[in-house]
Design a protein around this ligand. Sequence first.
Ligand code: ZN
Length: 199
Amino acid sequence: MTFTLPELPYAYDALAPYMSKETLEFHHDKHHKAYVDTGNKLLEGTGLEGKSVEEIVKASYGNNQPLFNNAGQHFNHLHFWQWMKPNGGGAIPGTLAKKIDEDLGGAEKFKADFIQAGIGQFGSGWAWLAVKDGKLAIMKTPNGENPLVHGAKPILGCDVWEHSYYIDYRNRRPDYLKAFLENLVNWEHVEKMYAEATA
Ligand code: ZN
């Protein structure tokens, strides 16, 4: 199988109260698993079996919408679990903080704009911090899309599909986005992806 469901890198109850055990059980065990299972079925006979997830996302975009939806969501969720940790949030690490100051007008403006991107994504989708042409950019995408198909490399993403927050926040998407930034983000992982994206 080309796509495999990873274990969560923490216990199901480790992100509470900002993201509950029930949300993670549904989100990881049902939603992400469905993208993996459906993606593997749709891959059969495409000639893309065995390629990297990134290659499949880019190759299927605009060519095979059902495969793209599932491959894109698999890529997004693989990283989403890593972009969070217990007792996350807090100060942005030095190198990245400096770049956020230069490109995005500082940490507070970045957070406000990232939250606004998540709120402004009509319906299901994602808010992103990405590297594009050597600069940081805030982006938003619908459904399973991500910055990879828009010539950029994602280094942080927040899932704003209702399956990610409705159990814990009901319709309060802004409160979920704020809690994600203040209490969940694993900045060390973001910094690592930033270093890889700019290497
Ligand atoms: Zn999701």
